[in-house]
Design a protein around this ligand. Sequence first.
Ligand code: 3HC
Ligand code: NAI
Length: 647
Amino acid sequence: MSVVTIAHAGEIATVTIDNPPVNALSQALRQGLWDAVATLDADPAVKAVVLICAGRTFIAGADVTEFGKPPMEPHLPDLVARIEGAQKPWIAAIHGSALGGGFEIAMGCRFRIALEGASVGLPEVTLGIVPGASGTVRTPRLAGVQAAVDLVTGGKPVKAAKAKTLGLIDAVVSGDLQAAALAFAREALEQPLPLPVSQRPIATPEPGFWEAQQTAIAKRARGEAAPLRALECLRKAAEASFDVAMAHERATFLELRASEQAQALRAVFFAERAAPRPAHLRDVEPVALRKVGVIGGGTMGAGIAAALRDAGLPVTLIERDAEALARGLGNLKTIFDGGVKRGKLSESQAAERLAGVTGATDYAALADADLVIEAVFEEIGVKRAVFTELARHCRDDAIMATNTSYLDPRAIAEGLPNPARFIGLHFFSPANVMKLLEIVPTAETSAQTLATGFALGRALNKIPVQAGICEGFIGNRILKRYRAAAEGLLRKGVAIPEIDAAMRGYGFAMGPFEAQDLGGLDIAFLQREGARAAGQAVPEALADILVRAGRKGQKTGGGWYDYAPGERAPRSSITVAELLAPHVTEFVSMTREEIAADLVGQMAAEGQAILDEGIARSPSDIDLVEIHGYGFPRWRGGPMFAAQGRS
Ligand code: 3HC
Ligand code: NAI
């Protein structure tokens, strides 16, 4: 079947695109639209054209799978110009998302209408590129420079109502989109047509506008190229002719498309889409999740319960006693109240989320749960006691999961009557925000239980990654190596602030030492002490010396740095220098690039060991873990991608 079909309703023609899954602008689709313009221009009975899409969305953009290949005709900018230059006005009828090239096609149309709930946007920067078919040149003509800068350099789509306010679309409609578009077209034909978008003027912004944007975006981008290059294109659009700006945009697009950053971001884009549906579980039916139990209402339990509620699942929260339960429910309320404060939830939505949590201290409340996630203290005895209770009270087919960070899930599951139903589900803090979910099966975990872990990941809109059993699974194991490597540099005489600055320069929001000061040095310390107590030979870390000296991070007024009371700005610490001096054995000189290369190299080396041991299923899984759990700069592609010399 053709990806473009034409139908007629009186003097209005409808061009329908049907190119699953997301109507991406493949060469065949571009050609189909190109030919449709000619066909409809040549048809005297047609007075206007509605452009609409079948399936789940309007055009989602250029076909990203074509990006590694030479551009093929007809090129997208030419197609947008051809639609705009058509003898009959085209009306884009948008449902789902009109993104990137999809929105550029819509801007080539004389009118744009969208269903309530639809979004429009130019997410190209998230792929390391700039819009390549007039997004930077037409958008400011429709919505002004400020809105265009926000849309293009931020890459975040906007909902139909906002798009209408900004002038990006002409009308928001509800109900039958096709009928609404036909009605809109008939009405539009009664009036003089607006100018094609390319011919509209751009209002000159106030003096200093571009410089201020440049400063703000450079700060935010932390080395990511595309947002600043997009800003350059927008400025060109405001200051040069349409044609000159188009040529500039196209050249920038083609240059960036071949860049390392774009390759990295494309790899992440496809890895993220593949992660929730791994091939080896394709034929396995997950258990239906209708009701979920969470044990423990602390930091993680409350966050997990909030994530479940955000996905609409009813939750039963179990705590050890009434007081702890009240605290746990209070933690949940704080999370939802925070959502209201940040404008993410209305008061009534927050109330509804909280109302969907039933608190209990008696495990009998879990009798009808399909899945229970344990998030109690990280102590094997406590956890085992919880699972003994679960085995007694839950249905035989209920899935039981642990959120342990470091304990061996096999030890937690020992003695369970139905170990096939047991699995590790390792969330990251804050669990209702962080995208990563490590899914840790034991040898006895059934395929269905594993598939249900992934189904949960999808339901919670997380990035699920399967991990094997080892200390720290994938992410915390690499974190441990990263921190040890950073300490290794300290021992060689590299200064703490230099290492932090190097990693910020690489693209992390924080360096390894300032991050530890924020999170607290004591958690990892206690874990090392626990291992030592269990007879393992764990070498003395420099962090141990600090914790023993009472320096646990910001919360104690000092860790790797000193902090003035009530301040978060790190200051180099003479005390730390004195404490560590006996352990500094060399004085090497390294540039920040060399420091970052060394530390990222060590992360990748640990990743390789993890792969060799079968703990991770693919390099891209490791990259997803680092990007979504540990703040690795997305545009670097992850440590494994970077190590292959591609970033
Ligand atoms: N090109 C090729 N394939 C694409 C694609 C694209 N632009 N967008 C999505 N896909 C594929 C996905 O890889 C996935 O494939 P799979 O089923 O084989 O895994 C499938 O379509 C479905 O994608 P999602 O799982 O993401 O579907 P959702 O329904 O959750 O989301 C969406 C739909 C919001 C449209 C989302 O897919 C999306 O955001 N896509 C990317 C949009 C984008 O970045 N567009 C800009 C492209 S660059 C451009 O247009 C340049 C231009 O200016 C010249
Ligand atoms: P926490 O101390 O904040 O919360 C633990 C909660 O469990 C407390 O509210 C406590 O009252 C409750 N609890 C203890 N014993 C219980 C029992 N027998 N029955 C019911 N409730 C009980 O701890 P946190 O940080 O939430 O950690 C929980 C688990 O999550 C641990 O296994 C931890 O390793 C893991 N984890 C923690 C992360 C973090 O960043 N804090 C990240 C990922 C995993």
